[in-house]
Design a protein around this ligand. Structure first.
Ligand code: FAD
Length: 115
């Protein structure tokens, strides 16, 4: 079982936030009374790459022809991954985009951050 929660602005190398960890453990004990701390196999921080406007960066990098990115998915990358991957594939292949895809391409263009 994987227990996740909380988001902080900190790098991957920072320690696990003890107060937040203890809150999660308290909740686990409430939901699963048989749960013991000795059951915990590992604890770590995870990285959620996100952009200042909470929209992903999908498209070609400025000044780097042929280099395309699909990143900054924040906390929605699993949900949006297939659609974003499909959009990126169409951008790379120069496929015809639907009006909705055209909008998504514009909103997600990395150039909005100058890259
Ligand atoms: C705790 C947590 C819960 C989440 N819950 C949800 C959720 O419920 N729903 C949802 O939609 N999204 C969720 N997300 C977000 C989702 O997991 C991410 O948006 C998604 O995984 C991003 O996919 P990615 O392929 O862009 O990056 P990643 O999944 O981070 O993949 C990047 C890969 O590149 C590898 N890599 C990095 N550097 C190098 C290098 N130099 N050389 C080779 N390989 C390298 C990494 O090891 C990694 O495997 C959650 C994220 C976290 C952290």
């Amino acid at each position: 079982m994987r227990v996740v929660g909380f988001g902080d602005f900190q790098g991957l190398k920072g320690p696990v936030h003890q107060e937040r960890r203890n809150l999660q453990i308290a909740k686990m004990k409430k939901i699963f009374p048989n749960f013991k701390e000795s059951d915990i196999m590992s604890e770590n921080n995870c990285f959620r790459a996100m952009s200042p406007d909470d929209m992903p960066l999908i498209g070609q990098l400025k000044g780097h022809p042929g280099v395309f990115i699909n990143t900054g998915q924040g906390g929605k990358g699993l949900t949006n991954g297939l659609g974003c991957g499909d959009l990126l594939a169409k951008i790379i292949s120069n496929d015809m985009l639907s009006p909705t895809e055209e909008k998504a391409k514009t909103y997600c263009d990395p150039i909005r951050f100058g890259v």
